[in-house]
Design a protein around this ligand. Structure first.
Ligand code: RIB
Ligand code: CA
Length: 315
């Protein structure tokens, strides 16, 4: 089996951590680099967490490139420690790098993304599960990445679900709507793994109990989950420790796209006002002429949840 080579652009984050460990536990995937972005916390914290996660997973050989500290146009509006904990890792006390030798590479994330994609034409899948700032900056640096990338998959946006940070906006798109607008307009072979599917795939107390009794990855995920579970209970009233599996579901799509179905629609992003960050899909295919995006709308939720839990329990 030839493995998909992925660049993972992320703002870890509890669900980002789950997605990264899921990738590292999956034989279909080769993670060739991790790039960090502000989002769930500051760039200092998300970069520290990326380094610590790879150290914990005994994969410190995977390069980490530090990325954007703020959106392209707007000021930094909010981070999400109320959802992910003060350390953005479920309050497990990750306030420092675990090993002083852990460092990001010298090259900034946008340059690393552009150079890596251009060095391997047609081979790289870019999976972005945070604000899209690094990818938009990479596009400015090297527009030919649109043709050279194999596929871009993003966790972000929504076609038919209400927003999770405003009535209409999903967090990653809301955090840097100008970057998202650039990415949606660029013509990438683009798949949007939005709230339409990620809020259908739940994990709950039973899954975390199973992970707690499993190996290193499982135990770690069970350790970082409780704060995130409590945030879901407070925000949505979910029972039984249920969570939405945003970033792991996006990784599951990269692992096995047959578990999802999408529709190709043009999508535009509102950049300001009360609709900031809203992803507007032309479901009648009549009104917009921007490049079509594969918007995932249906998912085999039990099988995706099973894939996530079984893989995380396997290491
Ligand atoms: O809206 C959910 C997304 O926002 C996830 O990627 C989460 O990690 C945060 O970045
Ligand atoms: Ca994320």
């Amino acid at each position: 089996m030839s493995r998909k080579r992925i660049l993972f652009d992320t703002d870890p984050g509890v669900d980002d951590a789950m997605a990264l460990l899921l990738a590292l536990a999956s034989p279909e995937i080769e993670v060739i680099g991790v790039t960090t972005v502000f989002g769930n916390s500051t760039i200092a914290a998300t970069t520290r967490n990326a380094l610590n996660l790879l150290h914990f997973a005994e994969r410190a050989d995977i390069p980490v490139a530090r990325g954007a500290a703020r959106p392209m146009v707007l000021p930094l509006q909010r981070t999400a420690e109320h959802v992910h904990g003060d350390d953005a890792m479920g309050n497990i006390g990750w306030h420092d790098v675990l090993d002083p030798n852990l460092k990001p590479i010298e090259v900034p994330a946008a340059q690393f993304i552009a150079e890596t994609i251009m060095a391997h034409p047609g081979a790289i899948t870019l999976l972005a599960v945070g604000p899209l700032t690094n990818l938009a900056l990479a596009l400015q640096l090297e527009p030919r990445i649109v043709q050279a990338v194999r596929e871009v998959v993003i966790m972000g946006g929504s076609v038919s679900m209400p927003g999770n940070v405003s009535p209409v906006a999903e967090a990653n798109i809301h955090a840097d709507p100008h970057a998202a607008a650039m990415v949606f307009n660029a013509g990438f072979p683009l798949t949007m793994v939005g709230l339409d599917v990620t809020m259908q795939v739940k994990m709950d107390d039973n899954d975390f109990a199973r992970l707690r009794a499993a190996g290193r990855f499982g135990k770690f995920v069970a350790q970082i989950a409780p704060f995130y579970q409590e945030a879901h209970r407070r925000r949505y009233g979910y029972p039984n420790g249920q969570i939405d599996t945003h970033d792991p579901s996006a990784m599951a799509y990269v692992i096995d796209p047959t578990l999802f179905e999408g529709e190709h629609w043009s999508v535009v992003v509102a950049t300001e006002g009360p609709a900031q960050g809203m992803t507007i899909a032309d479901r009648r295919r009549r009104f917009l002429d921007t490049p079509p995006v594969n918007c995932l709308m249906r998912v085999d939720a039990p099988r995706v949840a099973q894939l996530i839990v079984e893989r995380l329990a396997s290491v």
